[in-house]
Write a protein that binds this ligand. Structure first.
Ligand SMILES: [Fe+2]
Length: 133
């Protein structure tokens, strides 16, 4: 399980709230994988995550465009790569390939934490200069 910690904060409340929700969904996947082999349940949570991620990434990318963020292309590519991984995860869960599904879950967890603490930090100054709080 991932617990929200101030070290994950980017200091912009609307984005922090979205990241918290994101962590909640990852935790739901982790929990579901521990107590059930029911791929339908896991698939439903993954679909929720997929939908959520699209909204969250779109919000961040909209801010980047508004703020003329210089690393927009690189950041957007990272979001796209993550979305592709979720699709792969969904695919392997649907096919019952648990080994790959477990590897991918680890990947999603690590990606999320590294992304929030690394890539997302880079836009903080730029966003704040443009009035985001
Ligand atoms: Fe991001």
């Amino acid at each position: 399980m991932i617990t929200w910690d101030d070290k994950y904060s980017v200091g912009i409340s609307s984005i922090d709230e979205e990241h918290k929700k994101f962590i909640d969904i990852i935790n739901k996947v982790i929990d579901a994988k521990q107590h059930t082999d029911n791929s339908i349940e896991i698939t439903e949570i993954l679909n929720e995550m997929n939908k959520y991620v699209l909204t969250h990434f779109a919000n961040e990318e909209t801010y980047m465009i508004k703020c003329n963020y210089p690393e927009y292309d690189d950041h957007r590519k990272k979001h796209q790569d993550f979305s592709i991984k979720i699709m792969a995860f969904l695919d392997s869960v649907t096919k019952g390939d648990c080994r790959l599904a477990c590897e991918l879950l680890e990947h999603l967890k690590n990606w999320l934490v590294n992304h929030i603490q690394g890539t997302d930090r880079k836009y903080i100054n730029c966003f704040k200069e443009h009035g985001l709080r």
